[in-house]
Ligand binder design. Structure first.
Ligand code: MN
Ligand code: MN
Length: 470
């Protein structure tokens, strides 16, 4: 009798309390297979899509395979129509029209970003000094400069020539390719530098890329190593020095995505933030057979620099597309927006016991404990955030419960210790219920970030539930 009471008590305690648990803990063989299989597809995507331009190219390939065709403004979409809109090669919209009336059901939006912190070339980058040729750079997004020194780097991007032709460049990814490099100081001579705060120890202007060291044959020209590089660029790509003026060349880590750990629980890669949300949003949309809801996946550019510009989330293109869909259905765009729901798909920081002092453990994202919802982001007193309503979080929670989604809530670090934002507020500002949903990341914004395969798969399942359920 007493035994029974004890087990009843235990059951009641389980029901009344909330505890996070690793998705891996007790997962069936079938679930483990699904987690690992999904992760390998994602890793392959990562290696092909290191910049927003490449992510758009890969996204379109995947969309076309799933039957998507280009969206044209002014075209009325029938239920089941699948379209993509390529905004300047850096921002992609994927649209699938549902059967439910737009003004009542709204649009289910998933918004991720496909730009990642990196190092951009300046518009007049090439010079030589002391038997070495370099590119001058200006870093992109919030990065810790010291992490980018002394690692293999690749150059990706586009150069628009005088005649208007765009030349795409990708060097440093194949095994036979050369890589590029930012020099670091040897410890023997770093005594003074080592006493400086990390934020100032490496200056932005010292992030110069080592690109060559052999002089050209012609002894009459000045800067013979620089000239030799130009000879190579002209021969291979028809690029002249002046063409850098109309170029977007990005320096990214030359690393490939790899499993991390003896048990391969994690994936290490460049640019999980935010392709770890972009890929699940796309695949959840493509693989979902249910046709009721109209689904819109947005892969935005410029999130890491504030979402400004005509490929960023603050561009009114989203509004234009919603207005267009509404007008052609003969309904009010305002009504469609008011009925719409959005998962702003972005990462959060995984709790790291090595840096426990910056986290509040009860409200931090625990690695492998599932997709992470951030009701609010921002910093210092919830400044500059979309704070999703309890009602909307409740709605999403019910959806996730229906599909047994493994998820958790978290905020980014301790109160007043820092903070960060996402695209959520820009979508919420359009009168759309929005909440952040993503994956916990270890070493966010580092050249090599780490995520858990379990969290990736949990997010994919969460997005699939959002696309399908009422
Ligand atoms: Mn992000
Ligand atoms: Mn970021």
């Amino acid at each position: 009798m007493e035994e029974m009471n004890r087990s009843q008590e235990k059951k009641q305690a389980e029901e009344l309390t909330y505890q996070k648990k690793s998705y891996y803990d007790g997962a069936s063989e079938e679930t483990m297979d699904a987690i690992f299989k999904y992760a390998s597809g994602y890793a392959a995507f990562l290696d092909k899509a290191k910049t927003e331009r490449e992510a758009v190219v890969e996204g379109i390939k995947m969309a076309e395979k799933a039957g998507y065709t280009p969206y044209i403004f002014g075209e009325k979409l029938e239920a089941g129509a699948r379209r993509y809109y390529n905004n300047r090669g850096k921002n992609l919209f994927l649209i699938r029209k549902g059967t439910a009336p737009l003004e009542k059901d709204g649009i289910r939006i998933m918004a991720a970003h496909i730009d990642s912190p990196r190092i951009d070339l300046k518009q007049n980058p090439l010079y030589e000094d002391s038997q070495m040729a370099f590119f001058k750079t200006h870093y992109y997004g919030g990065l810790r400069k010291y992490q980018w020194l002394a690692i293999p780097l690749a150059i990706h991007g586009t150069v628009v020539l005088q005649n208007g032709e765009a030349v795409n460049i990708c060097i440093g990814e194949e095994d036979a390719d050369p890589v590029f490099y930012i020099n670091d100081l040897l410890p023997h001579l770093a005594r003074e530098q080592s006493t400086k705060p990390m934020a100032t120890a490496v200056s932005g202007e010292s992030l110069n890329i080592l690109i060559g060291g052999i002089p050209c044959k012609d002894e009459d020209v000045s800067d013979r190593i620089k000239y030799h590089v130009l000879e190579y660029l002209f021969e291979k790509y028809h690029i002249k020095e002046v063409d850098f003026q109309s170029a977007e060349l990005c320096v990214v880590p030359a690393f490939k995505a790899r499993d991390v750990g003896f048990d391969r629980a994690f994936i290490g890669a460049y640019g999980h933030d935010d392709r770890v949300c972009a890929y699940p949003a796309m695949t959840a949309m493509f693989e979902n057979a249910d046709e009721a809801h109209t689904i819109l996946t947005i892969l935005a550019d410029k999130e890491e620099t504030g979402s400004d510009g005509n490929t960023g989330m603050q561009c009114r293109l989203l509004l234009d597309i919603i207005e267009d869909l509404a007008r052609l259905d003969g309904v009010s765009g305002a009504a469609v927006r008011a009925a719409s729901k959005c998962l702003s798909a972005d990462v959060n920081a995984a709790y790291d016991p090595n840096y426990a002092e910056v986290f509040e453990k009860r409200n931090a994202a625990m690695i492998s404990c599932g997709a992470v919802m951030s009701k609010f982001t921002g910093s210092g007193g919830k400044s500059s955030t979309n704070d999703a309503s309890a009602e909307f979080v409740g709605e999403i929670r019910r959806m996730f419960a229906e599909d047994s989604i493994v998820w958790q809530t978290a905020e980014l670090g301790k109160v007043d210790i820092g903070g960060g934002g996402t695209v959520a507020k820009y979508i919420a500002n359009l009168n759309i219920d929005t909440v952040d949903m993503g994956v916990p990341v270890i070493s966010m914004h580092a050249p090599y970030e780490v995520i858990s395969k379990a969290d990736l798969y949990a997010l994919y399942r969460a997005f699939a539930a959002f696309c399908r359920l009422d």
